[in-house]
Design a protein. Structure first.
Length: 366
């Protein structure tokens, strides 16, 4: 009797995963969830990027819960965003809401708990028909990809390629406790060393055959080189020079919105790769977020973390009036959504999504 492989259907010839850039018409997307979220321990790589005024909060509440009022409001905003995308004809899928308030350990270290399933952009790097699980530097995020396993198995069974970067040991040698918290881009003293490859997927942004990455407190040069070698000759991986005192994730700094249109952070980007010389390059207006708004893991520049539905339609935080006017003047159709409670937790629309399928093809834009 012939044995049927229960994992993959050999008749499958096309992948349900296909996404090459940030702007092709969106067909399917993963939207995160805050269910079960936990406060991470304020270890070296966490301390390097959280606002200084919040470090005491992390030290006192590690392994516990964020304020219930904030998480409930943020969860409601996530549902509103998912409903908007569904109304536009996009298939929206969600990760599992795992209980992150459970201690865990490896043979080398232990953690009081995890973090959340809210930011799939951090965990999953989607390039074409391939999903790459990131080797993240925060120990609290070591098992975060488990929340996506059900979805990834479904994509794999239906023909997608799926790989995990080498799982890091996250030994003490990976972290530099004397990191530079003012100008790491000049001194080279980031919270992570080059002991082993590590990266968050959100430190990469995609433009067809070209990907742009930044060295940050969670993504080291070894991690960027691993991506470059893995993708091979079909793609080019460029390093963007970013002047950020607490770098973590490129999508609040360097955002290609459509072919020929690049949005930049006016405080962080000093040198633009020469391949963008023919593009329309503009600097984002100052964020409109009130100074007393509680942010646990990001800066107000998360305002730049917009999400393209296609080349013209862009989802923007509803309170960012200057950015909305700016984008409308630039020729975009803005879809405003309230998201100020979500951004307390470290990301906005681009962070809480992983665009699984966009209707387009692999091409070069340069």
């Amino acid at each position: 009797m012939a044995v049927v492989d229960p994992v993959a259907d050999p008749a499958v010839t096309t992948s349900p995963v296909e996404s090459y850039n940030e702007w092709d018409p969106l067909e399917e997307v993963i939207v995160g969830t805050l269910g079960g979220c936990a406060v991470p321990a304020c270890e070296t790589a966490v301390a390097a990027v959280v606002p200084h005024r919040q470090k005491d909060f992390f030290e006192r509440n590690a392994g516990g819960a964020f304020p219930a009022e904030y998480t409930a409001r943020a969860a409601a905003e996530l549902e509103e965003f998912a409903a908007l995308l569904t109304s536009l004809g996009v298939r929206v899928v969600r990760p599992d809401a795992l209980d992150q308030r459970r201690p865990f350990a490896t043979p080398d270290w232990s953690s009081l708990g995890g973090l959340y399933s809210a930011m799939p952009r951090d965990v999953l790097l989607i390039v074409g028909d391939t999903v790459i699980e990131s080797p993240m530097a925060w120990r609290s995020r070591y098992f975060e990809a488990h929340a996506y396993r059900r979805l990834l198995m479904d994509y794999f069974r239906r023909g997608a390629k799926w790989i995990s970067a080498p799982r890091p040991r996250l030994l003490d040698s990976l972290y530099d406790e004397d990191f530079d918290d003012e100008r790491p881009y000049r001194s080279g003293r980031y919270a992570t060393t080059e002991a082993e490859p590590t990266f968050d997927a959100a430190d990469f942004i995609r433009c067809g055959r070209d990907l742009f990455a930044q060295r940050s407190h969670v993504t080291n040069l070894a991690g960027i080189e691993w991506v470059r070698r893995h993708l091979g000759d079909s793609y080019r991986v460029h390093l963007v020079e970013v002047a950020d005192h607490a770098p973590m994730h490129i999508d609040a700094t360097f955002m290609p919105l459509a072919p020929g249109k690049l949005l930049l952070n006016p405080e962080r980007v000093k040198t633009v790769p020469s391949c963008f010389d023919s593009w329309d390059i503009r600097f984002a207006p100052q964020p409109a977020l009130p100074e007393d708004h509680v942010l646990y893991m990001s800066s107000a520049w998360v305002s730049m973390n917009v999400f393209m539905v296609d080349e013209r339609r862009v989802v923007v935080e509803a309170g960012e009036a200057p950015l909305i006017d700016f984008l409308q003047d630039w020729g975009f159709d803005v879809l405003p959504v309230s998201f100020r409670n979500v951004i307390r937790f470290g990301g906005c629309f681009h962070c809480v999504t992983a665009d699984v399928r966009r209707r387009g093809e692999l091409r070069s834009y340069f």
